[in-house]
Design a protein. Structure first.
Length: 190
């Protein structure tokens, strides 16, 4: 079983490249952002709490996310592979994911660290905001999300560097070129 963490700032192309990975490898998609948006649409308590953080460009707290993950992992336990998208987003979440996967006899195979410069990220997200209908795709919240990413999420890179599973991917250029680099990293992972 391959467990792929797709990592990068908001707007780095994680969702787009995840779709291509799913089409080629048949992996299951595990997106904490999608899971949270579903909770919001269903009006659950978790959804109500999460929405406040999300609309401010902040992270939902680790305890809420980690509890949610444990349940959701059951749904993908028989998959040939899983893509973790938008998770882990803090060092504590990376540690928790390792524990939860180890408990199931598996581990992260590769972490794809997708690089895109800030100017390009902001342009992409503003463009996406025209059609996504997402309340967090506006300039003010986008800028907050990028600050949150730098402060709270980039330490995750160190976690996977230490684990030896971080692979750097250039996220600017042709979609297919980026995807080819991603496939190379997945194919040569454990
Ligand atoms: P993006 O990567 O484009 O910002 P996501 O859909 O992954 O979009 O996440 C949207 C929002 O959901 C985040 O800004 C954050 O508030 C919340 N969120 C998603 N995943 C997590 C997570 N693993 N931990 C904490 N908050 C999360």
């Amino acid at each position: 079983m391959k467990n792929v963490v797709i990592f990068g700032a908001p707007g780095a192309g994680k969702g787009t490249q995840s779709d291509k990975i799913i089409a080629k490898y048949g992996f299951k998609h595990f997106s904490t952002g999608d899971i949270l948006r579903k909770q919001i649409a269903e009006g659950t308590e978790l959804g109500k709490t999460a929405k406040k953080f999300m609309d401010e460009g902040k992270l939902v707290t680790d305890d809420l996310i980690i509890n949610m993950i444990d349940n959701e992992l059951e749904a993908v336990k028989d998959a040939s592979g899983v893509i973790f998208d938008g998770f882990p987003r803090t060092y504590a979440q990376a540690e928790a994911l390792k524990v939860l996967l180890n408990k199931r006899g598996t581990d992260v195979s590769v972490m794809l660290n997708i690089h895109v410069d800030d100017e390009e990220l902001i342009a992409r997200l503003i463009n996406r905001g025209k059609t996504s209908g997402r309340s967090d795709d506006n300039l003010e919240t986008i800028q907050k999300r990028l600050v949150t990413y730098k402060e709270q999420t980039t330490p995750v890179i160190d976690f996977y560097k230490k684990e030896g599973s971080c692979v750097d991917i250039n996220g600017v250029g042709e979609l297919d070129t980026i995807f080819a680099d991603i496939c190379k990293a997945i194919d040569s992972s454990k």
